[in-house]
Design a protein around this ligand. Structure first.
Ligand code: GDP
Ligand code: MG
Length: 447
């Protein structure tokens, strides 16, 4: 998502960053480009206007113009204001003081309500230790109930359903009883949607709302619909009142208009973003991190959190021990590789690394995952002994390994070299950590 916007903004800001002196004309010129970039990204016009006005005013201020690094100050202002636009702080879920916390999911058909209900249940169980109950309250399409039940089965999270012959309000009433009996501390209600907003749907949602007094009403909107998403948000909020937004399909090539406009227009925060179809592809929305990503400054925090979620702590400790004692083998290397793979598509991960976009040739390149497959194949073709003492791999062994893995001798060589380099690098890192002074510094961390 946001590729076009990111590219334009970064291009524009790059021109001004290094300047030792900037004039009002420079700012004006820059803001023309910023304005264009935002409009291209389908950001609400009123929002664009206000944004440009604020950034311009702040940028021509004396404290900026007279500073030693005016260009960098301007970049910081743009980042600040982008962050503000999206809501400043991460706003989590308002859990009820007395269980269960009731979360109602609303939105148009196809926005991602059912999928997001499942993802949210999964995330609340994983991150907040909750025991959610999913409620199938979309009675208009039998397939909708099935869809939620399939998701529930996949996650082993209970789904409450009563078929399609009962009113959604009654289903919710029964579901709340059931949650009480089974001690579910979160109830997530998946409601029906329509292609367009209509009175009957709104009345039904109001009724469910009245009965269940939800702690959160999440509007699920498809980010690909751009400014339409903003209108939908406004309408739902006016009609039934929402407490937050879950913005889906941000993994697609959405231009970003919805993410940048919804907050200003509705005053309601984006709480989650959907980053894919899989059940773990839901992320809490962090405005500051998103602004940072858009401006190519990376998102180290999300990266670290992702790693923490996926890396087995015991394994990490074991690995550290091995590195210290220099018993790191190709088997461990393979293990590492597989852990990285679990974190998600490589190119998504790399995008979160600061400065990544500045490495020439890598910015648009899809990282070749088949390359990782090859590495795995090569290691699998080695004997246990070879994996522990790669020094013993001579020419004839290389030939055998290449043949066994369907690769070439060059590829075996490359892997062995990579392995040696990684060993060296990691040794340096742990060495630095032990000395406790020279911390690894990532480029862009201080931006
Ligand atoms: P509902 O009608 O609002 O309940 O929408 P669904 O949950 O059935 O989702 C509609 C389609 O969008 C499904 O094919 C989902 O897999 C897909 N979808 C939902 N969220 C995301 C997302 O964050 N990314 C992607 N790529 N697809 C999504
Ligand atoms: Mg649905």
């Amino acid at each position: 998502a946001f590729e076009g916007l990111a590219q334009r903004l970064q291009g524009t800001l790059q021109k001004i960053t290094g300047k030792g002196k900037i004039s009002e004309a420079d700012v004006k010129e820059m803001m023309r480009e910023v304005r264009f970039a935002l409009i291209e990204a389908d950001v609400n016009l009123k929002v664009v206007k206000e944004f440009v006005k604020t950034v311009s005013e702040r940028s021509v201020g004396q404290d900026v113009m007279k500073s030693l690094t005016p260009g960098q100050q301007v970049v910081k202002i743009v980042k600040d204001e982008l962050t503000k636009l999206m809501g400043e702080e991460q706003s989590g879920i308002q859990f009820a003081r007395k269980s269960p916390t009731v979360i109602m999911m609303v939105g148009l058909q196809g926005a991602g309500k059912t999928t997001t209900s499942g993802k949210l249940a999964n995330s609340l169980r994983k991150r907040n230790n909750k025991q959610p109950l999913l409620v199938a309250a979309d009675v208009y399409r039998p397939a909708a109930i099935q869809q939620l039940e399939t998701i529930g089965k996949q996650l082993t999270i209970p789904v409450f359903s009563m078929g399609t012959d009962i009113s959604p309000v009654e289903i919710v009433r029964q579901a709340l009883k059931k949650a009480d009996e089974d001690h579910n501390d979160v109830v997530i209600i998946d409601t029906a949607g329509r292609l367009h907003i209509d009175e009957t749907l709104m009345q039904e949602l109001k009724d469910i709302r009245e009965l269940s007094s939800p702690d959160e009403v999440f509007l699920v909107v498809d980010s690909m619909t751009g400014q339409d998403a903003v209108n939908v948000a406004k309408n739902f909020d006016d009609a039934i009142g929402i407490t937050g937004v879950a913005l889906t399909k941000l993994d697609g090539d959405t231009r970003g208009g919805a993410a940048l406009s919804i907050r200003s227009v509705t005053q309601k925060p984006i709480k989650y973003v959907g980053m894919g179809e899989k059940m773990d592809a839901l992320e809490p929305f962090h405005p500051e991190r998103m602004a940072s990503r858009i401006l190519g400054m990376g998102d180290v925090m999300s990266l670290i959190e992702k790693a923490q979620e996926n890396v087995d702590e015991d394994k990490a400790k074991e690995l550290e021990q091995k590195l210290r004692t220099s018993t790191f083998t190709l088997d461990d290397f393979l293990d590492q590789l597989q852990q990285v793979k679990q974190m998600g598509p490589l190119d998504e991960i790399l995008k979160m690394m600061p400065g990544f976009n500045k490495i020439k040739g890598l910015d648009n390149a899809k990282v070749d995952e088949s390359q990782m497959g090859k590495v795995e194949a090569v290691i699998y073709s080695m004997t246990t002994q070879e994996r522990t003492t790669p020094e013993m791999i001579n020419a004839s062994r290389k030939k055998r390994i290449a043949k066994g893995s369907g690769t070439s001798i060059q590829e075996v060589n490359r892997l062995l070299k990579q392995f040696e380099e990684m060993k060296k690098m990691v040794k340096q890192m742990t060495g630095a950590q032990q000395r406790g002074k020279k911390k690894m510094k990532m480029p862009g961390m201080d931006a």
